[in-house]
Write a protein that binds this ligand. Sequence first.
Ligand code: HEM
Length: 118
Amino acid sequence: GDTPYRQFGGRQGLEVLVEDLLVRVLEDPGIGHYFLDVDLDNLHARLVEQFCAELGGPCVYRGRTMRESHATLGISEADFNALVEHLVAVMEARGVPRTARNRLLARLAPMRREIVRP
Ligand code: HEM
């Protein structure tokens, strides 16, 4: 069936989407600095796994919690919104259907309070 995971193009679609997302985020002068010392291969793998799991795909997220992995970074609401805008842009550019886009955004939205600094 056309599950949200399938609408994203499955595993391969997510690999490409996350690649697009990381390129845009790294090139953004507002938030790119957060990623300077980060293991990008690991980040790519964890994001693919996480999005896959959140979309009902056959994956288990094996990374740290959102609170653990972002706790020391000092991420602001504006930083969070900037990343989400990049995600929307890459989903649109790859032709992900609106219902599937909204599904992923709805699954990620509650993570805001664990990622943004108190
Ligand atoms: C809904 C929004 C977000 C999601 C779903 C998300 C997801 C993730 C995931 C899955 C990891 C990997 C955790 C691990 O390695 O175990 C991670 C790490 C990271 N995230 Fe996010 N993130 C989000 C927002 C942000 C924002 C807004 C920023 C900064 C602007 C950010 C910066 C980072 C950095 C720098 C790391 C690497 C931390 C490290 O390896 O020490 N994230 N994120």
